[in-house]
Design a protein around this ligand. Structure first.
Ligand SMILES: [Zn+2]
Length: 159
């Protein structure tokens, strides 16, 4: 299996893609669903604005003995670490393939690996000025990307 760093870094780093267009994995969502434990599994699916499912991944969680978990999905294994909270308990973090700690990892269109927002240099539609938004929309249109925004549903499996 080729690692994330072994291949060509996707073209997406050279053009600003808004996070709204990316499929997102949220550590909070996994935590809220009580999935951050050895042997848990489930899937995350994403729908476009028309409600059509446009992507789905299955994942399995393993590990935990040393406080470190691994989320395996497709060809990618994402490490999950934890750090103590100020108010007790632990907070979980994804470890981005480039080593960053992140609460959310993103899968931009036409890419195969989840990474953090910084590594993909993602922008946010909502904080861009209007004319920039138009330009982005046009750019995205020309890139033949079918979905401007993606929402997601987390479902639990094999529990
Ligand atoms: Zn990163």
């Amino acid at each position: 299996m080729g690692g994330f760093g072994s291949g060509r870094w996707p073209d997406v780093v050279n053009r600003k893609i808004p996070v709204e267009m990316c499929r997102c994995l949220s550590i909070k969502q996994l935590n809220d669903a009580d999935l951050l434990d050895d042997g848990r599994s489930g899937h995350v699916s994403w729908v476009n604005t028309g409600g059509k499912e446009i992507g789905k991944i299955d994942f399995v969680i393993s590990g935990g003995k040393d406080g470190k978990l691994h989320l395996k999905t497709g060809g990618q294994v994402i490490d999950i670490i934890r750090s103590p909270c100020n108010y007790g308990g632990f907070r979980h973090w994804f470890v981005c393939p480039r080593g960053c700690k992140a609460m959310k990892l993103y899968l931009p269109p036409k890419t195969e690996f989840f990474a953090c927002r910084n590594c993909y240099d993602l922008s946010r539609l909502s904080v861009q000025e209007n004319h920039k938004r138009d330009r982005t929309a046009k750019h995205l249109e020309s890139a033949d990307l079918e979905n401007l925004t993606v929402s997601q549903a987390l479902r639990l499996g094999n529990l």
